[in-house]
Design a protein around this ligand. Structure first.
Ligand SMILES: [Zn+2]
Ligand SMILES: [Zn+2]
Length: 354
């Protein structure tokens, strides 16, 4: 009975594929993949749209080491419907979310749990980013370890956790030692990642949470999700924090990553504070001593998150402590949804249901 319930459709399926650099995705028919060896086939139930997709589409030839055509979609929730003969059978029929970093599992970094920094990736990260992703009816995972099971969380809520939630969590996790006792964290940019960072900070740290976003509705969202102070500029947000007795930010999570946000973020740090550049706006700043930066400051640029981080993120969601703000769009609306994401008219995460 269960086998009938999970048997994948054979033949062809619809997928949004990038078939040339510098252009939007096309809706095309491709073969439903057949899992072999350790591979796992997942029926896609929900897939989040991300600014990284727009970046990939906008790239000129030669920027990314990806082969085209490529199915996009790296925030994928779904159900395991078929397994290769070398894959763990306990996953069949299970619901969950895809860990999109398709690491080797064996290198120096994978062996110590830092699989998001897998040395063997060589630029082809994984799901939808170098390998065919989840903007399709099915996605083929190279190994069962790239699937994290979840219980009681709807797929539309799970999908954004695969990147937006995981990336925010990993950025916080790396600096957890600085987020204990009386401390403050500044979140710059309350979009797809930032609104989840506010929740993760509140659920897992003692930090006073200060948030900044130029959009008043994003500030209101940050306050609703538990931020102690929120304002439409970093300067104003830090003034509110100072009035409440906070000397500055111990950790600044910059979910924009522009020249300007990195500059004001660094200026908001207490001595010894940490600037964490998460956003992909490709800003830059001079790093060195004697540059009018706080004494002992640190800067880092974390990437996505490990499988273990994703397990922790899913647990937060299962406990009701992490709820992405989402807008569900249909499979046919994907081109329009990308256009809206490009134009900045989205609060929270756009999630596609195939
Ligand atoms: Zn992304
Ligand atoms: Zn590796």
């Amino acid at each position: 009975m269960i086998e009938a319930a999970v048997r994948p459709r054979t033949g062809t399926m619809s997928a949004y594929r990038l078939s040339g650099w510098g252009r939007p995705v096309d809706l095309v028919d491709v073969a439903v993949p057949v899992p072999r060896g350790p591979e796992v086939l997942v029926e896609v139930k929900a897939v989040g749209l991300c600014h990284s997709d727009l970046f990939v589409m906008s790239c000129d030839e030669g920027v990314l080491p990806y082969d085209l055509p490529l199915t996009l979609g790296h925030e994928v929730a779904g159900r395991v419907v078929a397994l290769g003969d070398g894959a763990s059978s306990s996953l069949l029929g299970r619901d969950g979310v895809v860990h999109g970093v398709w690491s080797c599992g064996e290198c120096h970094n994978c062996r110590r749990g830092q699989d998001n920094y897998c040395i063997a990736l060589a630029g082809r990260v994984g799901c939808g980013l170098g390998r065919d992703g989840g903007l399709a009816e099915y996605v083929l995972l190279p190994d069962a370890r790239h699937f994290v099971t979840a219980t009681g969380v709807p797929p539309t809520m799970l999908a954004p956790l695969a990147d937006a939630g995981l990336t925010a969590y990993h950025a916080i996790q790396q600096h957890r030692d600085a987020l204990v006792g009386e401390c403050a964290a500044l979140v710059i940019g309350v979009g797809g990642l930032g609104h989840l960072a506010v929740q993760i900070l509140r659920a897992t740290t003692s930090a006073r949470v200060v948030a900044s976003d130029p959009r008043p509705e994003a500030c209101a969202l940050a306050e609703r999700l538990g931020a102690h102070h929120a304002a439409t500029s970093v300067d104003e947000a830090m003034r509110l924090a100072a009035a409440a007795g906070l000397p500055g930010a111990d950790v600044v999570l910059d979910f924009v990553g522009s020249d300007e946000t990195m500059r004001v973020g660094a200026a908001a740090l207490v001595p010894g504070g940490r600037l964490v550049v998460v956003g992909g706006a490709r800003g830059s700043m001079a790093v060195g001593k004697g540059l009018d930066l706080p004494l002992g400051w640190q800067v880092s640029a974390p990437f996505w998150g490990s499988r273990q981080d994703l397990v922790a993120v899913v647990e937060l969601a299962e406990q009701g402590l992490l709820e992405p703000v989402i807008e569900v769009v249909s499979f046919g609306e994907v081109p329009d949804a990308y256009a809206r994401l490009h134009d900045g008219g989205v609060t929270g995460r756009l999630v596609v249901v195939p």
